[in-house]
Design a protein. Structure first.
Length: 217
């Protein structure tokens, strides 16, 4: 083999060590894409960069704030000698609309706002933790643990009122322009857990239109 062929082969071997291949090449191409939309912090109380015709972060904040104010303004607490026990759970808050949404984002924030505003005039029952509560009660009664600092009760906390409600939508689309329009209606009801009477109800509604809707997940 001539010296010229050996030199050419050596050059190709060295070049192969320096050229990115496979995953390394893809990583370098990704690093070179520096002109995309950079991550940024957004105020959840304001409309974001990606918006559509459905329920969004600013709507969840606005509706839960309004519902908390309306519930206390209704005066349903007047005349009650003890702070009522309230259950707010997504199981009784139905999604009957066309948008995919995590219902607990709404019920959890509403409970937090009510708990903050009630200042002890209402207490909230966490029945989703019933299994853990039952386990802790059993450990206390078997003597595995002491009784804690608040003592023991005859049973887990019962519920005086629970919050129900539904998300409903009415959609329309113009086939010529492609514009999508959606009427969103979110209703809440506070129900007496003994009699079934609705002691308070509230509604939050809005309508939006857009030429291109976004994908909600």
């Amino acid at each position: 083999m001539s010296a010229r062929h050996i030199s050419a082969g050596l050059w190709l071997a060295v070049a192969a060590l320096w050229l990115p291949t496979g995953e390394g090449a893809a990583r370098e191409r990704k690093l070179e894409n520096r002109n995309g939309v950079q991550a940024r912090d957004l105020d959840p109380a304001e409309r974001g960069l990606v918006t559509g015709v459905g329920i969004e972060a600013q709507d969840i904040q606005s509706m839960t704030n309004q519902m908390a104010r309306d519930m206390f303004a209704s005066g349903f607490l007047n005349g009650l000698s003890k702070p009522p026990r309230v259950l707010i759970d997504e199981q009784e808050f139905r999604n009957e609309g066309s948008q995919i949404i995590n219902r607990r984002m709404i019920t959890q924030r509403l409970m937090t706002e009510l708990n903050r505003a009630s200042q002890g005039r209402m207490s909230f029952v966490g029945q989703r933790y019933a299994g853990m509560v039952a386990k802790q009660r059993e450990l206390k009664r078997e003597g595995v643990t002491d009784v804690g600092t608040t003592g023991m009760t005859g049973a887990q906390a019962g519920v005086d009122y629970f919050l129900g409600g539904a998300i409903m939508t009415l959609d329309s689309r113009d086939p010529r322009s492609g514009v999508i329009q959606r009427y969103n209606q979110i209703a809440f009801e506070l129900v007496d857990a003994e009699s079934g009477a609705v002691v308070w109800s509230g509604m939050y509604e809005f309508q939006r239109a857009a030429a291109d809707d976004v994908v909600y997940r």
